[in-house]
Design a protein. Structure first.
Ligand SMILES: [Zn+2]
Length: 237
């Protein structure tokens, strides 16, 4: 089993060697709540411990990253195919669990969100987090693979923007655009509704238009709208 082991307080005092997944597989309550920390004990601590077994020692040496899946807790050393599956879970919308992340033993974590937001941060070093928007899943996979190999310098070459974008920034922006479009549409409708009925005696001057022109205009309602607003008329009634 590829588990992380660490020293945790034992039941009867002292410390016991336990799989660290027990400490990391709960979800934080909010999208940007503190990440469960990857507690990789120093090897010397292990060697000093009488209960430390060679079998576990072998395991400890090769485990150096884990993924936190959206719904299934943490998984140690996922391979490329498994990473792809974990990222594919982001295709389903779940605002309560908007992201999944990969943490390397260096403390660096790459969180990938449904929205395409990716945050690169190191909870241990306290360095300023950085982020990118609109990252494709394929690109996210590439970043995860680099992080799993500890290629921190290569990841830092990416066009990161400073800070931790709000987890739902992209969603909120979409919402603002939606509302703004709704307001525009309502104003357009109001304008359109105020246009007087088209005349039967005067034709719209727009080429090929069979409708009549409204009073005080050479155009029908639709073409008058487009002439004034300089964009297509969303109404045709
Ligand atoms: Zn017309």
């Amino acid at each position: 089993m590829g588990l992380f082991y660490g020293l945790v307080p034992g039941l009867w005092g002292g410390f016991a060697l336990r799989p660290l997944t027990l400490m990391t597989n709960h979800r934080p309550p909010g999208p940007r709540a503190a990440r469960p920390r990857l507690v990789l004990p120093r090897c010397s601590n292990y060697m000093d411990n009488a209960r430390f077994s060679p079998r576990i020692s072998h395991t400890v040496q090769r485990m150096n990253y884990f993924a936190q899946t959206r719904w299934g807790g943490s998984e140690n050393l996922p391979d490329e195919n498994r990473m792809r599956e974990i990222l594919a879970e982001l295709e389903k919308s779940d605002p309560e669990h908007p992201d999944t992340w990969l943490t390397h033993e260096s403390g660096w974590t790459l969180s990938v969100y449904e929205s395409g937001l990716v945050i690169f941060e190191n909870m241990e070093s306290g360095e300023e987090p950085r982020h990118q928007l609109g990252v494709s899943r394929e690109k996210a996979l590439e970043l995860w693979l680099k992080l799993s190999r500890g290629e921190i310098a290569a990841i830092n070459q990416e066009p990161w923007r400073a800070g931790q974008a709000p987890a739902r920034g992209a969603e909120e922006r979409e919402e603002i655009i939606r509302k703004s479009e709704a307001v525009t549409l309502a104003l357009d409708r109001e304008f359109y509704d105020r246009l007087a009925p088209e005349r039967t005696t005067v034709h719209c001057r727009h080429a090929g238009c069979q409708k009549g022109a409204i009073p005080n205009s050479v155009f029908c309602r639709v073409h008058h709208f487009e002439n004034i607003r300089h964009r297509p008329c969303p109404f045709h009634d």
